[in-house]
Write a protein that binds this ligand. Structure first.
Ligand SMILES: [Mg+2]
Length: 262
């Protein structure tokens, strides 16, 4: 099949460009070369850090950035809160993310009492203590609407995958039988809305290491997709798929971008 040239490239971060903040071999130079030709975006489901943190991290690594390069489920969550006109949101998040979120809209009350709480929003909080988990529990068990930024079961780590929001959801389902009403992150194609304003789906190349989030998003959005095997997915996982990624590589540096961008 003859494809149109790709006009924008979206990279996943953890497991695609780096692991635990350490870039994979050749990843930074490859992204720099791509960014000289087309706009590059970074799309992570990881809401344990704010977009500002990611801007700093990627800048320090030497990855090219524009104002709209970082795509985060935190922006979509905030938009949805605004659309609903909700003010009292119990926000379960790391302190840095909590502060970033509060600064985006100082009119939000992010630590309402149980009675005041209109909505519970769960980000990937990886520094909570049991008391905070109880505060979350007191709210969801009452049937207060409950949203999550994303539903990944685990997050990659150099020592092995660690529990992410999907695992927290299983905990709350076991305890109270509750499930979130909404999730914003991949594979929700709304994550690409900002990029799709400028480009047709088939002009966007998505590069990500996870099948149930990255590949699924690309399929739902109608984007082209490359799977690097340096992260979560193993070749035998791909063998089991009916619909396979267009291109599979070991590392991002192995992608023939000339073939996609010409
Ligand atoms: Mg990943």
């Amino acid at each position: 099949m003859q494809h149109k040239p790709v006009k924008a490239v979206v990279f996943d971060l953890d497991g695609t460009l780096y692991l635990s903040g350490r870039p994979y071999p050749g990843a930074v130079d490859t992204v720099k070369r791509v960014a000289e030709r087309v706009p590059v975006y970074y799309l992570s489901n990881n809401t344990s850090k704010s977009p500002v943190f990611y801007e700093n991290r990627l800048h320090v690594m030497g990855l090219p950035l524009r104002d709209d390069s970082i795509i985060s489920a935190l922006y979509l969550s905030l938009d949805a809160i605004h659309e609903k006109g909700i003010k009292n949101v119990f926000f379960f998040a790391n302190p840095e993310v909590y502060e970033w979120f509060a600064a985006q809209d100082p009119s939000l009350n992010l630590n309402p009492s149980v009675e005041e709480t209109e909505l519970v929003l769960v980000a990937y909080h990886n520094s909570f203590d049991y008391r905070e988990l109880c505060e979350l529990s007191f709210r969801v068990q009452r049937g207060i609407p409950f949203w999550v930024t994303h539903t990944d079961f685990v997050c990659p780590d150099a020592n092995g995958p660690v529990p992410d929001i999907g695992s927290f959801m299983a905990l709350l389902k076991t305890a109270y039988g509750v499930e979130p009403e909404r999730s914003f992150g991949k594979p929700n194609p709304a994550m690409l809305a900002g990029v799709l304003k400028h480009y047709a789906p088939e002009e966007i190349l998505f590069v990500g290491d996870r099948l149930y989030t990255d590949f699924e998003l690309a399929k739902r959005a109608g984007c082209r997709f490359v799977l690097p095997l340096c992260g979560e997915t193993k070749r035998e996982d791909v063998d089991k798929l009916d619909v396979k990624p267009e291109c599979i590589v070991e590392y991002v540096r192995d992608i023939d971008f000339d073939a996609f961008l010409k």
